[in-house]
Design a protein around this ligand. Structure first.
Ligand code: NAD
Length: 480
């Protein structure tokens, strides 16, 4: 039943062709949406846009389902299975949405303009443009934080976008093939087969888990002489990995990693990265070296340059180093007409996909209420102009007040989930009777079905489910 109803919803969305959408109308306010990640996509999914001209600007023209990106690095999932073109997501809307693939370089909150450039390698005659907005939905996300540590940008791989996952996969197979090359010294084989992950947050832990699966389920078959020498190390500066999970689940993860021979080095902080060796400080303040073939850097996020520039334009109100400050209606502090959502903001809760999508959804309802308020205001003005009777004027004025009373955003934590390898996942779920912390195979199937149902389209669900089945039956591809 669930499957067929999903199909009906998907199919009915699919009915409207862009040619059947209403065109932009110069009399309507323009809403510029920056980004097409979790926040913006949830906003666009929930939006009723008859009352607005909507423009989306993002450096990529698709939405990426980030929680499954670690699976792409080892080929469990194909990259195409977890992306969805933004135009596909906006074509069910009544009014056409303009989508520009471009990178925003400047937001001027005084002039209410946005400047963006064409970031594709093939440029046309125009590579930069400025547009004005009435409302701006600022949801540009964040970038990888290197903390300015020497050598990270030059030598590490990251895990943020599809090309990152592809780079990781290629580097991994390069290491294995080079280790296999005729006449390689033993020391060099061991270095090439040392895979190091820095950062014990969910990104680092999930990646280490996927890497372990690839090693035991596939590389062991195809490289029997080398697989036993592959070493996975996870380096974390804090005393524990996954600090956002309960103690019990941290312990469960530690034990699973131990069984899986993943070496966790906590209280170890990376200080410098050279091309073949990582230099870190251990808990005794000694410098230790980790030779590596592959280094995946997953130490969290920081504000993008365009966000820092926006903060600098509002120095009195924007003084947090973590990100943009918003009020309880997600309005950017110090600016008019700007809403900020997702990883670019600094809020009381963690900047997760879950938080961003709740914010985006909330904002779509705010815009619905704004439309209602504008319509009522117009009606009130017309009623006043035509000397309508006082009772009618009163009731309209009250309706305007009710429509102006927009409820603040409230984040509702639905729990945290993470895959930790060898068909095991962990889940911290808030329940009425307190928190439920579970881990293991059953949780793994829960993790799979939760992610499957969160995917935005039936197309993605079919592709991901097929990839999982293919991987079980045929194994992963080890070609470079
Ligand atoms: P994170 O900020 O959660 O973790 C980064 C880790 O790197 C920290 O524990 C930090 O102590 C460590 N670190 C920083 N510098 C270091 C250094 N020099 N040496 C060694 N360790 C160092 O980052 P993340 O895992 O990318 O997650 C980012 C956000 O996305 C978080 O809010 C997270 O909850 C969310 N997220 C959630 C999931 C999930 O729920 N499954 C998955 C991915 C991301």
């Amino acid at each position: 039943v669930l499957g067929s109803s999903t199909f009906v919803i998907w199919h009915s969305h699919d009915q409207r062709h862009p040619g059947e959408q209403l065109p932009h109308d110069s009399k309507l306010p323009t809403v510029v949406v920056l980004g097409n990640g979790w926040g913006s996509t949830a906003f666009l999914k929930g939006l009723e846009n008859e009352g607005y001209n909507v423009v989306v600007i993002s450096p990529r023209n698709y939405f990426l389902f980030t929680p499954l990106l670690p699976s792409v690095t080892v080929g469990t999932l194909a990259a195409r299975s977890i992306v969805e073109p933004t135009r596909f997501l906006t074509r069910h809307l009544k009014r056409k949405v303009e989508v520009y693939e471009g990178e925003v370089t400047e937001v001027d909150p005084t002039k209410k303009t946005v400047r963006f450039v064409d970031n594709s390698p093939i440029k046309g005659a125009i590579d930069g443009h400025e547009i004005s907005y009435d409302y701006l939905v600022y949801a540009v996300g964040a970038e990888n934080n290197t903390f300015g540590i020497k050598g990270v940008k030059d030598h590490a791989c990251f895990l943020k976008e599809i090309p990152d996952a592809e780079t990781v996969r290629q580097r991994l197979m390069d290491c294995v093939e080079s280790a296999n090359f005729a006449g390689q010294s033993q020391e060099e084989i061991d270095r090439l087969l040392s895979f190091v992950v820095v950062g014990g947050g969910p990104t680092g832990v999930e990646y280490a888990g996927e890497l372990h699966d690839f090693l035991t389920e596939d590389l062991t078959n195809w490289y029997p002489d080398l697989a036993g020498r592959i070493k996975i190390t996870l380096i974390e500066a804090l005393p524990n990995v996954l600090p956002m999970f309960s103690k019990q689940l941290i312990e469960y993860t530690n034990n699973t990693f131990k069984e899986n021979k993943i070496d966790i080095r906590t209280k170890t902080m990376v200080k410098e990265v050279k091309d073949k060796v990582i230099i870190a400080q251990n808990e005794n303040k000694e410098l230790v070296e980790f030779p590596y073939g592959l280094l995946v850097w997953a130490t969290g996020n920081t504000a993008r340059p365009v966000t820092r520039d926006l903060m600098n334009r509002l120095p009195a109100e924007q003084n947090s180093r973590r990100g943009l400050l918003v009020d309880d209606h997600l309005r950017l502090q110090g600016a008019e007409g700007i809403f900020a959502i997702g990883d670019c903001t600094a809020t009381a809760y963690a900047p997760t996909a879950q938080a961003a999508s709740q914010q985006g959804h909330y904002l779509s309802r705010v815009f619905a209420q704004l439309t209602k308020k504008h319509a009522l205001l117009k009606e009130l003005e017309e009623a006043k102009a035509s000397n309508a009777d006082p009772a009618r004027l009163d009731s309209l004025a009250n309706a305007v007040i009710r429509a102006s009373n927009i409820r603040p955003f409230h984040y509702s934590h639905q729990g945290s989930l993470a895959y930790i390898g060898s068909d095991k996942a962990i889940a911290d779920l808030p329940m009425m009777s307190g928190n439920l912390a579970v881990g293991g195979f059953a949780t793994y199937y829960f993790w799979r079905s939760a992610y499957l149902s969160q995917l935005f389209s039936l197309r993605n669900r079919i592709l991901v489910a097929t990839d999982w089945a293919k991987c079980k039956v045929l194994g992963r591809d080890v070609s470079r």
